[in-house]
Ligand binder design. Sequence first.
Ligand SMILES: Cc1cc2nc3c(=O)[nH]c(=O)nc-3n(C[C@H](O)[C@H](O)[C@H](O)COP(=O)(O)OP(=O)(O)OC[C@H]3O[C@@H](n4cnc5c(N)ncnc54)[C@H](O)[C@@H]3O)c2cc1C
Length: 445
Amino acid sequence: MATGVQSDSASDQADVHRCEDKLNIVIVGAGLAGLAAAISCALAGHRVTVFEAAKELAEIGAGLQITPNASKLFREWGLEDSIKALAAIPTVLAVHRYRDGKILAEERDFDKNLQQKYGIPFLDIHRVDLQKILYNKAISLGVIVQLDCRVPLVVSTSAGPKVVFKSGREVQSDLVVGADGLWSKCRESMLKKADEPLPTGDLAYRIVLQLDKITDPELRHWIANPQVHFWIGPYSHAVAYSIRGGTMYNIVLLCPDDLPHGLSRTTGSVSEMQALFAGWDPILTRFLKQVDQVDKWKLMHREEVASWTNLEKNFVLLGDSCHPMLPYLAQGANSSIEDGGVLRRLLSYVTSKEQLPSAITLYERLRKPRSESIARETFHQREAFHMPDGLEQQERDRLFESQLGKEISGKFPSRWTCPEVQPWLYGYDAYREADEAVKLTPFEY
Ligand SMILES: Cc1cc2nc3c(=O)[nH]c(=O)nc-3n(C[C@H](O)[C@H](O)[C@H](O)COP(=O)(O)OP(=O)(O)OC[C@H]3O[C@@H](n4cnc5c(N)ncnc54)[C@H](O)[C@@H]3O)c2cc1C
């Protein structure tokens, strides 16, 4: 991973060092959630160390949709330009019927509309690019990232929370943020019991195609002109969008899980994948013919836990460790970035160590209900997208088509453009939420 320092100016440093005593903050995990949290805590003026299990940072080579609720924070953190330079901004969001590709919903000028509604773009980016940008930003803010440091245990002590390594090494801090993803050990430490994620019943095939390896002019046109396309069918759907300025194409196929228990990720069979989607819209199957390798991921989730914090309010969970979800609304990472944004803003109000528990209490109060509602909403999106052919599906398609070419009103089967769900997701302002909460519940001490 390159360690060059971000060139963007850090616009979000106004209240750095408000706290008389800098807090020592340990973050477990340097995925997108952990890096966002590291930037947040450093911007709030604290000393941050990240312990990451992997020997090198290597997000998997696939795409990620960044929605306005997160792009807003990236702007605050001075990262908007570097992200935009590597992303693609889709101009259309369309939903197609799986067999013939018939358009069920289509929002043209999606880029302009979102910019107008939320003041910030919706972007599609390669995960590796985003991870590099976040990593470099964290390093430029003085964050220490220690790789090859798996944290199996976090314990609460009267002197503060402590991460304990297998070697017996212990690191005490003022705050531990558990951002160690789906298979979180921090969560188990918090719950004081083993706690495995649960299958959702679906899996994802993840595909990335390079424009320069494709000769079919129509497919090249699709890739070079960034748009988001969904194809929805019985128990399955596909989503495709351009990344890296229209030079790469990301396709995710979602279908019933046939991986054995205990196997969460593997190399998939290209022919099996093509057979599953045979008979779907010819443009999609033509794309699938270009594929020479594919990854297969079991999609997992978790039951909601009673609390995301320890009793002392100095150990907290964030990201997939506490709110994994189906990727059907592209909110797993985006809501983790929101976690980071709220944490950053609350920590910037902390003027003494004694106030930390108040900040963490508010963090949980703000973040837990929202993230858990988003996770539930992803399952509703599955119901709406995966209907088997039949009366209910015909009713859904009539509703879709009744709104074609019009400004959508009322509940809509695709939450991506639903006038009720989209503003709730994309209009979220993490800093405003934190500011208002602090105003209503000022910190004790
Ligand atoms: C197919 C698919 C498509 C998706 N598309 C989108 C999308 O478009 N938009 C979106 O917002 N979200 C999307 N998501 C969800 C998103 O990828 C996740 O929600 C997000 O990456 C979670 O980030 P995280 O940092 O919490 O977890 P992770 O990315 O899992 O990172 C956890 C990190 O912690 C490290 N770690 C683990 N255990 C330990 C330990 N014990 N000690 C130290 N380090 C540890 C890991 O090595 C890793 O680096 C998608 C998910 C899938 C499966």
